[in-house]
Write a protein that binds this ligand. Structure first.
Ligand code: MN
Ligand code: MN
Length: 366
């Protein structure tokens, strides 16, 4: 078994849990190397203490699962099969003593949970495998780091394309389409979330929706984007000004930049996550914008664009070598606009490496 499956088996043995029943795409990809979006169909990975694991997927994906390197049992089912019956038959053949099962409590829906209960009638309580998966996925190996590095470079490129596409009268969606077109030409099929290009006062909405608003002179323009590369995500934000910048916009920009650079510089193994948030928040509050920084400093980054750990003020978890996450303070003043600067950070032996590297000096696009 690969190292990740072995780590999970060791955990099962230590915790005295008989099996896991995992159904989320990211966790199955992490453990098996097989990336599948099954939509409403069942995708599942059953793992045990000692016995070989079982992958359950639609029949039409069996070949793909094998070519992803999966060497163990696969239960492929057609659209007229009942996959639960096939799993039951396979488990009956193995005749394993299953006393307790770990599941993804945050991910499973009630219907599937009821199926799993029927599958394992002697498991009276279900444990959660999610915390263990968070821990495993939190520390990236060299191959994952290399992929994240390349994904971050493509995010830098996306911002570069966006900045170059700015011109009077162009709409947010014009620029967005240009960014994604250029990334597709580089082989990117999927963005890690809906690309954001916001102008004017819309920049003051951290989750704003790009539309047909044309760019005007004196606007701030905010880009927030990332790509999925070989199953791993990037996530960058840069804010620039079009033609000119007023004193309020500049003050907000320089405050966010100072806060972001200080928070990034504080990223060293052993430092508590809460301290990173506090570093940025103190600078923003001291500048008088404390009420306008309305979200946490960042989030873990990997197979999911938002994953463990949550980079928030009350998290006492210390940073560890191999962790990757975002640092993304922002100030959002409704009548002036918003600025956010976001980088992807890796904790290294020396301190940190910023995977994204688009410049942070205020750009005024003429
Ligand atoms: Mn972002
Ligand atoms: Mn982010």
């Amino acid at each position: 078994m690969n190292q990740r499956l072995e780590q999970l088996s060791t955990w099962l043995t230590d915790q005295d849990i008989s099996a896991t029943f995992i159904t989320s795409t990211p966790n199955i990809f992490y453990l098996s190397g097989f990336y599948s979006n099954p939509h409403e169909r069942l995708l599942a990975l059953l793992t045990f203490q000692k016995e070989e694991p079982i992958l359950v997927c639609p029949m039409m994906e069996v070949t793909q699962a094998k070519s992803s390197g999966w060497q163990y049992e696969i239960i492929g089912y057609s659209d007229t099969d009942n996959p639960w019956e096939l799993i039951q038959a396979s488990l009956a053949k193995r005749n394993l003593p299953i006393q307790s099962v770990a599941i993804e409590k945050e991910h499973l829906n009630v219907e599937r949970y009821e199926h799993i209960q029927k599958l394992f009638p002697s498991s009276h309580t279900f444990r959660s495998v999610e915390e263990k998966m968070h821990q495993l996925r939190m520390i990236k190996d060299q191959k994952e780091i290399q992929t994240l590095r390349e994904a971050a470079k493509l995010a830098d490129f996306g911002v570069q394309v966006g900045v170059e596409a700015i011109a009077e009268g162009k709409t947010e969606l014009d620029i967005l389409a240009t960014i994604e077109f250029e990334l597709k030409k580089k082989g990117i099929r999927q963005m890690s979330f809906d690309t954001m290009v916001l102008t004017g006062n819309k920049t003051a909405s951290p989750h704003g929706k790009p539309g047909l608003d044309p760019i005007k002179k004196g606007d701030l323009v905010l880009f927030d984007l990332g790509v999925v590369l070989d199953g791993y995500c990037s996530d960058i934000t840069r804010t620039v000004a079009f033609d000119s910048v007023n004193p309020d916009q500049r003050n907000i920009y320089e405050t966010v930049r100072k806060a972001e650079e200080a928070a990034v510089a504080a990223c060293v193994a052993g430092v508590e996550i809460g301290a990173i948030d506090k570093t940025a928040r103190t600078i923003i509050a001291d500048a008088g914008y404390g009420d306008y920084f309305t979200h946490r400093i960042g989030h873990g980054l990997g197979i999911d664009v938002h994953e463990f750990p949550s980079m928030n003020a009350t998290n006492t978890l210390p940073l560890q070598i191999g962790m990757t996450f975002t640092v993304e303070p922002g100030i959002y003043v409704p009548e002036i606009g918003g600025v956010r600067i976001e980088d992807d950070i890796l904790i290294t032996e020396k301190g940190y490496e910023s995977l994204t590297s688009f410049p942070k000096e205020l750009l005024i696009i003429k």
